[in-house]
Design a protein around this ligand. Structure first.
Ligand SMILES: CC(C)(COP(=O)(O)OP(=O)(O)OC[C@H]1O[C@@H](n2cnc3c(N)ncnc32)[C@H](O)[C@@H]1OP(=O)(O)O)[C@@H](O)C(=O)NCCC(=O)NCCS
Length: 174
């Protein structure tokens, strides 16, 4: 299978919606993607990536801007990896892995210093994610410690940054 990872274009939106519905078996995440695209303050077009197989979208990953609010109320910009979806027929073939690697690399090139993810504890650590509690970074909601993870995109990208993550309001949908 030859997969191409590229920035999504407007013509991919419907297929991205469909892949999210298929992967999550509900439309909340698909609608979240649609809503986040409309929020210029957090949406980074270069970080909405699709995995293409023969001109068909088989996977999608999105990183949006978030803030880590420290105890002095100061905001430190980071990224949330969410959502991420691979068509069920194409899973376990490293499509997700390629989307993550490419996304992290582009994020680094754009100057971001870290990424936060809430997700499978046996998946994201493969890419270098660690529990965010390592840096004393917390979710704004109750979540198992190990599932709330972070990665530094540059050395010391999270040094001296601790606090509570503030998600864009669109995340209240899921
Ligand atoms: C998670 C997902 C994006 C991974 O995509 P993928 O292309 O299958 O990923 P890869 O081929 O790179 O890696 C496969 C790994 O995914 C992980 N994984 C997939 N689904 C998982 C689940 N429900 N729980 C835990 N780990 C899971 C496993 O670690 C698996 O490794 P294995 O083959 O050794 O078991 C895909 O399974 C998916 O779309 N799932 C439904 C939506 C979802 O859960 N999104 C992520 C939200 S955190």
């Amino acid at each position: 299978m030859h997969i191409e990872i590229k920035q999504e274009s407007r013509t991919d939106y419907q297929e991205v919606f469909d892949v999210n519905v298929k992967a999550f078996r509900q439309d909340s995440e698909a609608r979240l993607v649609d809503a986040l695209r409309k929020n210029d303050e957090v949406f980074v077009p270069e970080l909405s990536l699709v995995a293409m197989d023969n001109n068909t979208v088989i996977g999608h990953i999105l990183f949006t801007k978030i803030a880590i609010i420290d105890k002095n109320g100061e905001a430190h910009i980071s990224l949330a990896l969410a959502p991420m979806a691979v068509h069920p027929a194409c899973q376990k073939k490293d499509v997700g892995g390629q989307l993550i690697y490419e996304g992290l690399e582009i994020a680094r090139q754009l100057g971001y210093k870290s990424v936060i993810v809430l997700g499978h504890t046996d998946y994201y650590p493969k890419f270098g994610f660690k529990p965010a509690s390592f840096w004393k970074i917390q979710a704004p909601f109750d979540v198992p410690d190990a599932a709330f993870m972070a990665i530094e995109l540059v050395e010391n990208g999270l040094t001296n940054i601790s606090g509570t993550v503030r998600y864009p309001k669109e995340f209240d949908m899921v």
